[in-house]
Design a binder for this molecule. Structure first.
Ligand code: NDP
Length: 240
C-alpha cells in the first residue's frame, strides 16, 4: 500500500493538483481544507480523495485531525504544508489582525503539522515534509510584509528542521512557486497580472500541476539525498 500523505489546503488550487497527482501515483492522500465546504465536497466527489476540515493555524485542531487520519488511513509519512492565505495591504494600512492571520496560517501551521508528525516519523525512520513557500518570500513584494515574512520564515524553518531530521530518514524541503493560476492569483487585478506575466521569461503563469510534479520529485523514496533545499518553480521570474 502507498505511503500516507496529508496535503493541507489540499482541496483547491495548487493543493488540489498535489492531492490528485499523489493519488494517481499510489499514495494514500488525506486532503485538508478550512472553510469552503462546497469546494471540498465537490473535490471528494470528483477525485475520491477524503477531505478533512480543520484550521492549520490551530495546534489542537491539527492534533485531533492527525489522530483521526492515522486511525482512518494509517501513520502519516508525508506532509505537504500547502495551506496559505494572503491579506494584502501596505504596512501603514495593515492591521494587526492581517499580520497575525497570515503568519499563523502560513507559518505557524508548518510548526503545528511538523511538530505533530515528527515523533512518529523519527520512530519509523522515514518522513517527507514539503513546505510551500513563495517567490515573494524570496524577493519580497510590495503590499505583502506579512506574507513575505511568513514565506521567508518557511524557508528558514525548512533548513533548520532538515538538519534535525537528516539522521532519521526525514527530509524537509521547500518549493517557492512563482505566480500560479489559482483563485489566489485570480484575485490580483488584471492590469497588475499583465505586468507580472510580462516579467516571467517563459511567458505564462505557472500551472498547479507544475508545483505538484515538483512535490512528487521531492517525496520519492529515492530523493533521500535532497534535504534543506528550496526549489524555485517560477518560469525563471526570480533566480538566485
Ligand atoms: P488557494 O487560495 O487557491 O487555496 C488555498 C487552500 O488553502 C484552500 O484549500 C483553503 O481551504 C486552504 N486554507 C486556507 N486557510 C486554511 C486554514 N487556516 N486551514 C486549513 N486550510 C486552509 O491557494 P493556492 O492554491 O493559490 O496556494 C497554495 C499555496 O501556494 C499557498 O501556501 C500559497 O501561499 C502558495 N503560493 C501560491 C502562489 C500562487 O500564485 N497561487 C504563488 C506562490 C505561493 P478552503 O478551500 O477551505 O478555503
Amino acid at each position: 500500500m502507498g505511503r500516507v500523505a496529508i496535503v493541507t489546503g489540499g482541496t483547491r488550487g495548487i493543493g488540489r493538483a498535489i492531492s490528485e497527482t499523489l493519488k494517481k501515483a499510489g499514495y494514500r492522500v488525506a486532503a485538508n481544507y478550512c472553510g469552503n465546504v462546497e469546494a471540498a465536497q465537490r473535490f471528494t466527489e470528483e477525485t475520491g480523495i477524503p477531505n478533512y476540515r480543520w484550521d492549520v493555524s490551530n495546534y489542537a485542531e491539527c492534533e485531533a485531525a492527525i489522530a483521526k487520519i492515522t486511525a482512518e488511513i494509517g501513520p502519516v509519512e508525508i506532509v505537504i504544508n500547502n495551506a496559505g492565505i494572503t491579506r494584502d495591504a501596505v504596512l501603514h494600512r495593515m492591521t494587526y489582525q492581517m499580520w497575525e492571520d497570515v503568519i499563523h496560517t502560513n507559518l505557524t501551521s508548518c510548526f503545528n503539522m511538523a511538530r505533530l508528525v515528527v515523533d512518529s516519523m523519527r520512530e519509523r525512520g522515514f518522513g517527507r515534509i514539503v513546505n510551500i513557500g513563495s517567490i515573494n518570500g524570496q524577493a519580497g513584494q510590495y503590499g505583502q510584509v506579512n506574507y513575505a515574512a511568513a514565506k521567508s520564515g518557511i524557508h528558514g524553518f525548512t533548513k533548520a528542521l532538515a538538519q534535525e531530521g537528516a539522521a532519521k530518514g526525514i527530509t524537509v524541503n521547500a518549493i517557492a512557486p512563482g505566480y500560479v493560476d489559482t483563485d489566489m492569483v485570480r484575485a490580483v487585478p488584471p492590469a497588475v497580472l499583465e505586468k507580472i506575466i510580462a516579467r516571467i521569461p517563459v511567458g505564462r503563469l505557472g500551472r498547479a500541476e507544475d508545483i505538484a510534479r515538483t512535490v512528487m520529485f521531492l517525496i520519492a523514496d529515492e530523493a533521500d539525498f535532497i534535504t534543506g533545499s528550496t526549489i524555485s518553480c517560477n518560469g525563471g521570474q526570480h533566480m538566485y
